[in-house]
Design a protein around this ligand. Structure first.
Ligand code: 16G
Ligand code: MG
Length: 545
């Protein structure tokens, strides 16, 4: 039957497309200068309604540019289970954003036809944004798009990215999706877990919190109000008085390996925690007695949490399949520790939460973390049922039942929709409290191999193509062979290059036995990239040896 559907888009003329270069739905959605995003938001409002009609479920729109500077903003769509947008639809998003105003309706109609969308289905969209001032106008543009396709809207206002993912997931499961129910769920499980465990040994429930001057600080304040100080004592810094992500936040601390602005007064041994601008990443850190800075990143969190889950599984003798998922950026020492010491299998996937999340779902219990602090614990419904049953099974030993009960409440603390800085803090604190550990006791499990991350600007980042989860380079021809030759001459050497999914650049990672060697290897590889992949601007300086 011929489709005679036509679309009228009354707000289209208020959101004209900027003439400019093509933009792509990248690793975590569209992200660029906020001033360039008006028409993108409008079109994402339209697309979200179509996606909702297509999946017959609530879809989320999150307006954030995460750890990027204040003047940037971005948008990503959240799929029905709270996961990242389906990859086929990422392509549709790119198509819809890059057509001229004149073709917008016909491209929408193409999507309706190709995806067999029933236009009379309701379209339900949840929206949220971070604290960027540009978010208000951008939200209104998205709302225009939603209304033009007669979608229903629920605006959560300023929320963390993981909260929006959680609301979408819960709503589609038929559960309540309220800010208060989110905090109640996390803190109830945390209190349940910790209630039985006294504070002793090196453990302290106090954290010195760096909120990156963003939404994480606001929501941490709310979370803390649900917990008294015996559970979690939070000293909030960078609560919004300074500039978002400026010299603070998880990305700054991880990349610069130093204290964030505003936390200079942290005392040796105190637990520092930084989140990023939309609170989906965390890193821990502390100063030792000599005021030397120590970082505990996503790799350390993965090893702590997976190690503890493994202990509980052994105690309750449940044969569930536990695995860890990392990316090529995971420190080699962490992968070795998890596979050889903890004896937990590790999968390596491409960079980006969506890849880790999907891989982790293949396990009964999957722990995934990127080194930069994105991660969570996911588990199957069947695994949870087995654990719940064991926790009350009178044929088991009391110690076995107790271990199953602990595992059950630990899993309730995680946000299964996506990596969530707030729930990750509660997870880490639960494990530390249970082990009576401070950060030093946690840190000693393994020592990171010294490493270096560099980036090189090139004419076209698509010149660099990779395979094997970003670990081997297939273009330009000959570059991988050059990298292999360089790596061979460094003890415990490892290096790879990949084009960034969020910036116009090629990233270079190297690790080796000493910092000097890691720096030297990274620099030599960066020079090769510059020479062979069309480097622009100043060439990387050769190592000084
Ligand atoms: C995005 C990704 C993050 C990844 C980073 C890599 C999400 C929510 N975020 O921030 O997982 O580590 O990109 O950036 O997926 P790059 O491609 O520029 O190296
Ligand atoms: Mg983020």
């Amino acid at each position: 039957m011929a489709l005679t559907l036509t679309l009228s888009l009354p707000s289209k003329t208020s959101h004209p497309k900027l003439v400019g270069k093509e933009i792509q739905y990248g690793t975590a959605g569209f992200r660029t200068l906020a001033d360039d995003l008006d028409f993108v938001m409008y079109r994402m409002g339209l697309l979200a309604v179509l996606r909702s009609k297509c999946t017959k479920a609530v879809i989320g729109i999150m307006i954030t540019a995460s750890h990027n500077p204040l003047q940037d903003n971005g948008v990503k769509l959240v799929d029905p289970h709270g996961e990242m947008l389906d990859q086929k639809w990422e392509k549709l998003a790119t198509d819809i954003v890059n057509v001229g105003d004149g073709q917008l309706e016909s491209v929408l109609l193409d999507i309706i036809r190709s995806e067999s969308i029933e236009i009379s289905e309701p379209g339900k969209v949840f929206v949220g944004r971070d604290t960027r001032p540009s978010g208000v106008a951008l939200l209104n543009s998205a709302i225009d798009g939603i209304k033009d396709l007669h979608g229903e809207l629920r605006d959560f206002g300023i929320v963390t990215t993981p909260m929006l993912h959680y609301f979408v997931d819960e709503s589609n499961k038929g559960n309540e999706a309220w800010v208060s129910s989110y905090f109640a769920k996390l803190t109830k499980a945390f209190k349940h877990f910790c209630g039985e465990i006294s504070i002793s040994g090196a453990y302290s429930p106090k954290i010195v919190f760096d909120g990156a001057n963003g939404v994480g600080a606001i929501k941490m304040g709310m979370l803390a109000s649900f917990l008294d100080k015996d559970f979690l004592e939070v000293e909030i810094h960078n609560g919004g008085e300074g500039i978002l992500n400026f010299e603070c936040g998880a990305d700054f601390v991880k990349v610069q390996q130093k204290l964030p602005k505003g936390l200079e007064g942290i005392k040796p041994g105190e637990k520092g925690v930084s989140v990023d601008g939309d609170a989906d990443r965390i890193v821990y850190f502390y100063l030792d007695d000599s005021h030397v800075f120590h970082l505990l990143d996503g790799d350390k969190i993965a090893s702590l949490v997976a190690g503890y889950i493994n202990e509980l599984l052994q105690e309750c003798k449940l044969k569930l399949n536990l695995g860890v998922v990392q990316t090529a950026y995971a420190n080699g020492a962490s992968t070795k520790y998890i596979t050889e010491n903890l004896k937990i299998p590790v999968d390596c996937v491409s960079t980006g939460v969506k890849y880790l999340h999907h891989k982790a779902l293949e396990r009964d219990i999957g722990v995934y973390f990127e080194a930069n602090g994105h991660g969570t614990v996911v588990f199957s419904k069947a695994a949870l049922e087995v654990i719940e049953k064991a926790s009350v099974d009178q044929s088991l030993l009391p110690s076995e039942r107790l271990a199953a009960a602990k595992l059950n409440s630990l899993l309730q603390i995680s946000n299964p929709a996506v990596g969530d800085a707030l729930s990750d803090i509660l997870l880490v604190e639960s494990v530390l409290r249970s082990k009576h550990w401070g950060l030093k006791e946690w840190e000693v499990a393994y020592t990171d191999l010294p490493n270096r991350l560099l980036k090189v600007k090139v004419e076209d980042k698509n010149n660099v193509q990779t395979t094997d989860a970003g670990r081997r380079c297939t273009a330009p021809a000959g570059l991988q062979e050059e990298i292999d030759k360089l790596v061979k001459s460094y003890p415990s050497g490892r290096s790879f290059v990949r084009s960034s999914g969020t910036e116009d650049a090629v990233r270079i990672y190297a690790e080796s036995d000493t910092q000097r060697n890691a720096d030297e290897l990274a620099t030599k590889v960066a020079i090769k990239v510059y020479q062979m992949a069309g480097g622009v601007g100043e060439a990387p300086s050769p190592p000084s040896v």
